[in-house]
Write a protein that binds this ligand. Structure first.
Ligand SMILES: Cc1cc2nc3c(=O)[nH]c(=O)nc-3n(C[C@H](O)[C@H](O)[C@H](O)COP(=O)(O)OP(=O)(O)OC[C@H]3O[C@@H](n4cnc5c(N)ncnc54)[C@H](O)[C@@H]3O)c2cc1C
Length: 429
């Protein structure tokens, strides 16, 4: 089974274990004609469907597995702030006006996600606070400067610099040199958001099908035709929302978006007197192979980190995750890891989302590069705006320069394997 086709995870995720009763949706059986067809039932596809159906658009979603079985139901749950790249980096590349517009959209995305959940009665277990911490002393000045730029130039008052002492106290670990703390964002239970969004979409009239894989997409004469094993969908427009799981279904996005495996382990509850993350913030670090962790509402440490870049490397998640946990928290050397799972992150070369009209009336949106919890949901909303006649905001993403990965489909995995392992090595020296 190739990395593209794998339903992903060796184990049951803590999210699946705690999401509660998970509604099931029957597969497509027969032919259908709708206004908009959406391929992929994660944040992007389901959010687009909910917003489209609410405005009276006749929309259908097909998902190859269960909703949320891609990255959306199994990620770190961290919302973050802004785009994946820091606002000042975007300013250098795009100028202040575009960088600020992208920052403001991301702020709107964050607020929208929280409002959408609240208005629709979706309990997403939101917890405030996020810290980005520095694993090499030489990065410290960049982080200090970043906090100042965010405050003064991008009018974001919620980010503050932390020295080593404050960082150690807030992490319950002295392994980092400092960092920034963001009180204007937080973390969620992602699968609850997926299931809630599917419910909202269905209640608004969207047609939802699980276990229905698109096997081909063709656009001709103003109509898009999607083939599946047991039926076809004919639509005026189509959104390809398959992210890192699309395989060869749509070659343009496949050339621009690369799947990278990332793994998470959940420990047993650590107990109320645990020194780990006393403030309940989520954390990510400055490594290229980012480590990200947080506590669940029931006091477990959810720790993500190890990445793979080639198929067949996904064994022994627990061993690797435990090693990374113990580096930070030696007292957890015997902690039980109760759940271990993985998923594929869709990355692009410049780590910005890939949003493009890939054939007439077919838009693909993917490659959020580890920053899709809020962005993917919001891009779904912007796609709905586009269908309803306003493309201005989606255009801000469509205009980003995203080159394809080098090497073509055959050589690319080998080249990426070398490149990414080089970066992983650099994290250690
Ligand atoms: C382990 C992990 C940790 C992460 N942590 C974070 C984090 O903390 N913060 C953050 O912002 N982002 C994080 N991400 C990234 C984030 O989860 C994604 O950016 C986001 O979920 C993308 O949503 P999506 O709907 O575009 O794609 P997905 O959720 O991947 O959905 C794509 C769907 O398309 C389906 N599909 C594929 N091919 C077909 C086909 N032919 N026919 C029908 N359906 C098909 C797949 O089965 C899949 O369900 C993480 C990702 C992973 C894997």
């Amino acid at each position: 089974m190739s990395i593209h086709q794998s339903p992903i995870s060796p184990g049951l995720s803590w999210y699946e274990a705690t999401v509660g009763p998970r509604a099931e949706y029957a597969p497509l059986d027969g032919d259908l004609t709708v206004d908009v067809a959406i391929v992929g039932g994660g944040f992007t596809g389901l959010s687009a469907a909910a917003h489209l159906a609410r405005t009276g658009v006749n929309v259908a979603v097909i998902e190859a597995h269960r909703f949320g079985d891609g990255a959306s139901g199994r990620n770190g749950g961290q919302l973050g702030t802004g785009q994946r790249a820091w606002a000042e980096e975007l300013e250098e590349e795009l100028g202040f006006t575009r960088a600020k517009a992208l920052f403001d959209l991301a702020e709107e995305a964050k607020a929208h996600l929280i409002d959408f959940a609240a208005i629709n009665g979706i309990e997403i277990d939101y917890r405030p606070g996020q810290m980005s911490v520095v694993h090499k002393k030489r990065y410290l000045d960049d982080y200090r400067r970043h906090a100042g730029i965010m405050r003064e130039r991008f009018a974001y008052p919620h980010l503050s610099f932390m020295d080593a002492d404050e960082t150690a106290q807030r992490l319950g670990s002295d392994r980092y040199f400092g960092g920034v703390r963001d009180t204007g964002t937080g973390h969620i239970h992602p699968l609850k958001l997926v299931m809630g969004t599917a419910r909202v979409a269905g209640e608004a009239g969207a047609l939802l099908f699980e276990n229905t894989r698109a096997t081909g997409i063709a656009s001709q004469g103003g109509r898009v035709r999607i083939a599946t094993a047991r039926g076809t969908i004919t639509a005026q427009k189509c959104l390809v929302a398959t992210n890192a799981y699309g395989g060869g279904l749509e070659p343009t996005s496949a050339a621009h978006v690369m799947p990278i495996g990332s793994f998470i382990g959940a420990t047993q509850p650590l107990g109320e007197d645990s020194p780990v993350l006393p403030g309940g913030e989520a954390v990510d670090d400055s490594r290229f192979v980012v480590r990200y962790f947080r506590k669940s509402p029931d006091g477990r440490l959810l720790f993500g980190g190890r990445e793979i870049y080639a198929p067949g490397e996904d064994q022994a998640i627990e061993t690797h995750i435990r090693r990374q946990i113990v580096e930070l928290y030696p007292s957890l050397k015997d902690v039980e890891i109760t759940h271990a799972w993985g998923g594929y992150v869709g990355i692009t070369m410049p780590r910005k989302p890939f949003v493009r009209e890939v054939m007439p009336n077919v838009i693909a949106a993917a490659g959020y590069s580890g920053h899709g919890v809020m962005l993917a949901n919001f891009i779904g909303k912007l796609y709905a705006e586009t269908v309803n006649g306003n493309r201005d905001r989606l255009k801000l993403f469509e205009e980003l320069k995203i080159p394809p990965f080098p090497g073509g489909r055959l050589l690319r995995p080998a080249l990426m394997f070398l490149a990414l392992n080089w970066y992983a090595l650099r994290d250690r020296i």
